[in-house]
Design a protein around this ligand. Structure first.
Ligand code: RP5
Length: 164
């Protein structure tokens, strides 16, 4: 990656979402993608959310990862305000174990998609964002292919251990 300005923005509704969203940041680091990480709440800081989502594409951001829990409006609201692809992460909630978060994020009406990953799966959100970037970056695409190969190898190694 030549650019050092963030290409992926990771936003979350609360600092309590950080343990989940940190996995997305780790994936960005693993693939050498510059990213930014910030707390942005649809209901506690709506003006800041509006400002961020409206301007992200003018700041060099290419993909947004948005995580929230409960009545998780953040990913959908951000998606409504940006032309960039938005990956949504349903954060596990205290009372409904994240089903509320999942339904809030995944059930976007026609016209404004949010690519929603499994409850709590910040890791996959990071990977999906990297793969979106890799569509226009042959070197990054090779890194993704190598990563997939490493997954395959790890399964094969476990099978060797199992049968040793
Ligand atoms: C949402 O409410 C956040 O995304 C978080 O998952 C949930 C709980 O927030 P805190 O009460 O922990 O700040 O806005």
């Amino acid at each position: 990656m030549e650019s050092s300005s963030p290409l992926i923005a990771i936003v979350m509704g609360s600092d309590s979402d950080l343990p989940t969203m940190a996995a997305a940041a780790q994936v960005c680091e693993q693939f050498g993608i510059p990213y930014q990480l910030q707390i942005l709440s649809a209901h506690r800081t709506p003006e800041a959310m509006l400002e961020f989502a409206r301007s992200a594409h003018t700041q060099g951001i290419r993909v947004i990862i948005a995580g929230a829990g409960g009545a998780a409006h953040l990913p959908g609201m951000v998606a409504a305000l940006t032309p960039l692809p938005v990956v949504g992460v349903p954060v596990a909630s205290q009372h409904l174990q994240g089903l509320d978060s999942l339904y809030s994020i995944v059930q976007m009406p026609r016209g404004i998609p949010v690519a929603t990953v499994a409850i709590g799966n910040g890791h996959n959100a990071g990977l999906l964002a990297v793969q979106i970037l890799a569509c226009g970056d042959p070197d990054l695409l090779q890194q993704v292919i190598a990563y997939r190969e490493s997954l395959k190898q790890s399964v094969q190694e476990k099978n060797v251990q199992l049968h040793a």
